[in-house]
Design a protein around this ligand. Structure first.
Ligand code: G6D
Length: 342
């Protein structure tokens, strides 16, 4: 396994790089534009959605393809939160809510990076200083996103952060998988298995209704592994509301080491996910607007599916959703691994 650094292109006056890792017939690439994963291929088969230059990635901003998301993944209702009695108002970049870290979130920022290579893995440490008040968040945040790839085809993401004031921090990665090898075949044929006996119903605007609901008897019961397209055919108001999955699944406390598995059995391909996060947001790209071209082909509905591991979105406004407050001077650390099996 080895890596090369290529020019990705320019965006907003800055030059961006593409770090390409080759491991036999697998290629995986990352870029310092938003500390993104940009490509993951077996031979000529693209397994994720990405772009061949930064301008196209920027055009796809609304879908955050492969991007690191932060400071806070998901929506914060009304952009408002309170820490120790102090109220904060964040910019509203999607209707009445704050989405994915705001208008200048992590996804299109310029990240510095260093690379470390050993016999068994290559690690790229992306770093960003997010100044006090950026996107309305208190505290200057020192963030690191470490993308590591191993000879066993494991993509591990480690998030680290500290802040000089109490703030919020709930990062994720917004990769879209399509194990068919081309996004022209919808992900409806993918099997999804999540060891989750609860999920989070949402309102039409995408914010949580406010409770953790049982998956029993719903299209969200994928504990034994179900075909995504079959689940969408079930009579389920939440599926109808969002035209598919756009929901957090709450990972069981007694889950196995790989509580999330996405696969296409007929192609003998799967992604096995392990994480220290309490939830995973699954989004099935149920809307494509504006029209988009990816890898030279027009994008259609259900072209990819995300597995965004994180604290349950909007946790700061819902006591039962966990904690996304990062206290001054404390070290945040979280890790998620996506293992390609083929
Ligand atoms: C839509 O509601 C979805 C989000 O969950 C997703 O992250 C975004 O598209 C890319 O807003």
């Amino acid at each position: 396994m080895d890596y090369t650094i290529k020019k990705y292109g320019t965006y907003n006056g800055k030059e961006y790089d593409l770090i390409q890792i080759t491991n036999n017939d697998v290629i995986i690439t990352f870029t310092n534009l938003g500390a993104r994963i940009n490509q993951w291929k077996i031979g000529s088969d693209n397994l994720i959605l990405g772009f061949d230059n930064p301008q196209k990635a920027a055009k796809g901003k609304g879908y955050y393809y492969g991007a690191s998301i932060g400071r806070v993944a998901g929506r914060i209702s009304n952009g408002q939160f309170t820490i120790d009695g102090k109220d904060y108002q964040l910019p509203l970049n999607e209707g009445d809510n704050h989405l994915h870290g705001g208008p200048n979130g992590f996804d299109l920022r310029y990240w510095e990076y260093d690379i470390i290579q050993t016999d068994s893995e290559i690690s790229i440490t992306f770093s960003l200083t997010d100044q006090d008040g950026e996107n309305g968040f208190p505290g200057t945040l020192e963030a690191q996103v470490i993308h590591t790839y191993t000879v066993d085809n494991e993509w591990k993401i480690t998030y680290k952060a500290t802040s000089d004031a109490d703030t919020l921090f709930n990062p994720t990665n917004h990769v879209y998988f399509n194990l068919n090898g081309t996004h022209t075949v919808p992900i409806l044929n993918h099997q999804l298995k999540i060891e989750a006996d609860k999920y989070v119903p949402v309102k039409a605007e995408g914010t949580p209704v406010g409770e953790l609901s049982s998956v029993e008897g719903t299209a969200f019961d994928v504990r034994e592994g179900k075909q995504i397209g079959d689940q969408f055919k079930l009579n389920d108001a939440q599926i109808e509301l969002k035209n598919g999955f756009d929901h957090p699944f709450v990972i069981q406390a007694d889950a196995s080491d790989t509580p999330i598995v996405l696969s296409v059995p007929v192609l003998n391909r799967s992604i096995e996910v392990s994480t220290d996060c309490e939830s995973v947001v699954v989004y099935t790209h149920s809307v494509v607007d504006p029209p988009m071209e990816i890898w030279g082909e027009e994008l259609h509905q259900y072209a990819g599916v995300t597995l965004e591991t994180q604290t349950i979105p909007d946790a700061v406004n819902h006591d039962a959703f966990g904690n996304d407050i990062l206290r001054k001077g404390t070290q945040f650390e979280s890790a998620t691994t996506y293992k390609l099996v083929y």
